[in-house]
Write a protein that binds this ligand. Structure first.
Ligand SMILES: [Zn+2]
Length: 150
């Protein structure tokens, strides 16, 4: 499979997932509104519904972001810019493109950017703990968002 085909497949896959997620969210909102009008609903149920919906909304946002990256990559493909590092202008490693089809940076540049932006300061430890909790819940949701390089 060539990379453009891979991008198109990815786009298709994401669009379908987003569509499904949006449908789910709309159903949840409608049902919850009906339920809220019934005063005998247990408060804990409402809270967990809200939590589930917030998680879904976050997931949807991430998928839309990923779709945007895929579309950008397809545009670059058309302009002949695909596979070229946006920072240093060198060719991105083929294995990396194969694994992370919409990446815009070569391994070296990605590592440097990552170092600059994600090296945690001591006071950030509790925050990164919270992030990894979120990561786990995404995994439970059955969609692989783990993106180690970007
Ligand atoms: Zn580079």
């Amino acid at each position: 499979m060539d990379l453009q085909e891979k991008l198109l497949n990815k786009k298709d896959e994401l669009q379908k997932a987003i569509e499904r997620k949006k449908d789910n969210l709309m159903i949840t909102v409608r049902e919850s509104t009906d339920e809220l009008s019934m005063y005998d609903q247990h408060p804990a149920d409402v809270a967990s519904d809200l939590y589930e919906r917030e998680k879904d909304a976050g997931l949807l946002e991430m998928m839309e972001l990923e779709l945007q990256k895929v579309n950008d990559a397809l545009n670059r493909y058309q302009n002949g810019q695909y596979g070229i590092c946006s920072i240093c202008g060198r060719a991105i490693e083929p294995e990396r493109l194969d694994r992370l089809v919409y990446t815009t940076q070569c391994i070296q540049c990605a590592r440097q950017t990552k170092d600059n932006f994600t090296r945690p300061a001591e006071e950030d430890i509790s925050f990164s703990g919270a992030m990894s909790d979120r990561g786990e819940s995404f995994e439970i949701a059955g969609y692989d968002f783990y993106d180690p390089e970007n």
